[in-house]
Design a protein around this ligand. Structure first.
Ligand code: SF4
Length: 295
């Protein structure tokens, strides 16, 4: 079911810039997400809700964004706007609705830089506006010497195996399509990268799998790769933790128990898992000469 909702604010200012995604602001044209990824942290986390059944369109987002950006631009509080921090901005509904497109036009008008996070090739329909933003936005002063681009686009992957992606990301475009779209955007002159988030324990987080994924990102011209582990929340039937283990029991029973052990005490695996993942990713990024951060 798709709802239309009115919002009071659409642009959220962050106190401190995020080191990974460089966000000063976040903006989500939609609430909820029809890509329906099994591991989606929004389902069951503090962000709450059953994403797939509650896709909402923020119908007054354009008028609110004009007010908010006018105010920020007047104070010269330029900063990177991350579009798609909690839901994909290029869901199938965007093709006809064009809400993300309309918001990007406003962002262009007020000269803010963007970092778009998506799994979708629909972003290609907005190349014209993205080119204009890339050519004219104002980066925050401390980033001017570090970033040569005003448009960053990153694509999210939990795997590059199309079959595995079909199980864990049933509504999203295939990894192959994402890779091709990333390459196309690089050819267009944007800064592009891959968010390998979350890599799936025992399925896509192994040294061999990570190596394959990062090699493929390099081959498709990614400027950077960010790697992050899985988090699992909630105990309701629609929550990601419950859904994730249902899928493991059904398709991968051989790793069910050891995955459950990883999440025995928390939403995320123990520190040593994170440490190994981080060292492994750094080593492979070095091997392929690809950055493991944006700047
Ligand atoms: S694309 Fe992102 S927001 Fe949408 S369901 Fe998947 S993980 Fe959640």
């Amino acid at each position: 079911m798709i709802k239309e909702i009115q919002v009071k604010s659409v642009l959220n200012k962050h106190k401190k810039r995020d080191d990974w995604f460089l966000e000063n602001y976040t903006l989500n044209p939609y609430s909820g997400c029809s890509f329906n990824c099994i591991y989606c942290y929004i389902q069951g986390s503090k962000y709450g809700g059953d994403h797939s059944n509650n896709l909402s369109i923020k119908v007054n987002a354009p008028e609110i964004l004009i007010k908010q950006l006018k105010n920020r631009a007047f104070k010269r509080e330029y900063g990177i706007i991350v579009v798609g921090s909690s839901t994909d901005p290029y869901l199938p509904i965007e093709e006809n609705l064009g809400l993300t497109r309309e918001l990007l036009q406003i962002i262009y008008r007020f000269k803010f830089p963007v970092h778009i996070i998506t799994k979708s090739n629909l972003i290609l329909k907005d190349l014209d506006i993205l080119r204009k933003i890339n050519a004219s936005a104002n980066l925050p002063s401390d980033l001017k010497t570090k970033l040569n681009h005003n448009v960053i686009v990153s694509f999210s992957f939990s795997t590059i195996d199309n079959k595995l992606a079909g199980i864990f990301e049933p509504g999203a475009p295939s990894p192959r399509e994402r890779l091709q779209t990333m390459q196309k955007l690089k050819e267009e002159g944007f800064l592009v990268g891959a968010n390998l988030m979350p890599v799936l324990p025992f399925l896509s987080d192994t040294e061999v799998n990570l190596d394959k994924m990062i090699k493929e990102m390099k081959y498709h011209d990614a400027d950077f790769v960010l790697v992050g582990g899985l988090t699992l929340f909630g105990d309701k039937s629609t929550d990601c933790k419950v859904r994730y283990f249902e899928i493991l029991d059904k398709y991968f029973p051989e790793i069910s128990d050891k995955t459950r052990k990883l999440f025995r005490n928390s939403f995320y695996p123990p520190k040593n898992y994170q440490q190994v993942l981080s060292e492994r990713s750094e080593k492979i990024c070095r091997k392929y000469g690809i950055k493991n951060n944006i700047i």
